[in-house]
Design a protein around this ligand. Structure first.
Ligand code: GLU
Length: 447
């Protein structure tokens, strides 16, 4: 078999969308699994729709996702150029060849010497191909009218340019979205006209939302641009993992897989025929799994820009480590650190009736007094606080739930929560002592 060569061929008409990213990723996995080349080619012939920065956004976010490629406009390669508008001479040459062979004809504009070139569609011929995903597909040429291959401005149409490029770039497999299935017969006609070897096609199913509707860029319910996920603090490794499951599944039931695992397990025969469902909750779950696996140091590093952007003062590196350590298990994306911080620090101190009753029933006042005096004169690190909780227990002969729950309620107002020593260290001495005092005053008033 020839060396595998696959390509991702975006039109630079916008930001990298989840559907584009899936096409790119599957081509990448295919190339890396089979030890082939992965090429990025920019299909910019729809000039009116190109946007400034579209190409950069595509490439930057593909590399953010962890993809790398062998040939591209920015990297070069021996099959370049890699932007279609820089390849016009090839399309002209091959269109002229078809004109010479009588397989295409000029279509003049009324009263003008400007012309488009149309492909002469052979009559009543079946075009059959074996799709990697869907098996054998058959189209008859009677459903296709003579179509334009070169517009009168000298720019090729997609269906023509794509064949010329895939041929010249020695592309062996074309993996792309299902919306291109109906383009394939036109492309096959061009391959046949030149007698070129046809690549193996594989059309990936559509991606649908929770209501089984095709994901559209206008769908407000689903965040769809990779840049938005990056900005919210989704991890590229998690996005890579999640996107790889949009229309492909590994053999085992382990779905949390590293890039290396996915590359080695990738099997095109496991590409799904059924639409791939974009499940937001699954994405949040996958991302939270990756967040849980981070060290506190890395999580702190990643959280810092979000906190700074929200104007939150980072008191010290240790403080930041404590902060992320208590919220690590609750974050579905790193940006959530801001809301978690805010609810932790800015919530007014309030003790529910149930929690207050716990203090009354357990006659907690002496416990709080002892804790207060132990805390007053000490360092306020989580280690020291942990020791002081123990000491307070010994001093007062109070153990277990009455000890831990009593101290938690009187300082945080909550009956449950993250590690108490860490929470108190984060809240800081002033807040903790003032809360204890308020609770004691209330208990004394009721005694
Ligand atoms: N430029 C086309 C697109 O963005 C590429 C289709 C193909 O892979 O052939 O959909």
């Amino acid at each position: 078999m020839n060396k595998v060569r696959v390509r991702y061929a975006p039109s630079p008409t916008g930001l990298l969308h989840i559907g584009n990213a899936r096409s790119a990723l599957f081509n990448y996995l295919f190339a890396r699994h089979f030890g082939g080349d992965f090429i990025v080619r920019i299909e910019d012939t729809d000039v009116a729709r190109n946007v400034v920065g579209g190409e950069d956004s595509q490439l930057n976010y593909l590399s953010w996702l962890g993809l790398d490629w062998n040939e591209s406009p920015d990297k070069g390669g021996s099959f370049g150029p890699y932007r279609q508008l820089e390849r016009l001479e090839f399309y002209t040459k091959y269109a002229n060849e078809l004109l010479d062979k009588g397989l295409a004809y000029k279509d003049f504009r009324e009263n003008s010497d400007q012309f488009a070139i149309r492909f002469k569609v052979p009559k009543d011929i079946d075009y059959v191909f074996n799709d990697l995903v869907r098996g054998e597909l058959k189209f008859n040429s009677k459903d296709v009218e003579d179509w334009i291959i070169m517009k009168d401005n000298g720019i090729p149409t997609y269906n023509f340019a794509v064949v010329v490029d895939d041929h010249l770039m020695e592309i062996t497999h074309v993996l792309r979205g299902e919306e291109h299935i109906t383009n394939t017969p036109k492309q096959l006609m061009v391959y046949q006209a030149f007698g070129w070897r046809v690549p193996q096609f594989g059309h990936m199913t559509i991606i649908v939302n929770e209501h089984k509707k095709k994901l559209s860029k206008r769908d407000q319910n689903v965040i769809q641009f990779i840049s938005e996920y990056a900005e919210m603090g989704y991890l590229p490794e998690a996005m890579f993992n999640f996107i790889s499951l949009l229309g492909w599944s590994p053999t085992g039931n382990q779905e949390i897989l590293s890039k290396t695992d996915i590359i080695s397990q990738f099997d095109p025969s496991r590409l799904s025929k059924a639409p791939a469902m974009f499940d937001k909750e699954k994405l949040a779950f996958v991302n939270s799994k990756y967040i849980k696996a981070l060290s506190h140091e890395v999580l702190a590093e990643k959280s810092k820009p979000f906190l700074e952007k929200a104007g939150i003062t980072i008191k010290s590196d240790e403080w930041l480590l404590l902060l992320v350590s208590i919220f690590q298990d609750r974050m579905t994306h790193i940006g959530e650190i801001v809301a978690l911080y805010q609810s932790f620090f800015h919530q007014a101190f309030a003790i529910s009736e149930e929690a207050h009753q716990f203090l009354v029933d357990n006659q907690s006042l002496p416990l709080l007094e002892a804790f207060y005096s132990n805390l007053e004169s000490s360092d306020f690190s989580s280690d020291v606080i942990e020791q002081l909780i123990k000491k307070t227990g010994l001093d007062t002969q109070i153990k277990g739930k009455p000890l831990f729950m009593g101290l938690r309620i009187s300082t945080t107002g909550d009956m449950h929560g993250p590690s108490l020593p860490v929470s108190l260290a984060l809240l800081g001495r002033d807040i903790v002592l003032s809360r204890l005092k308020q609770t004691m005053t209330k208990l004394r008033g009721e005694a």
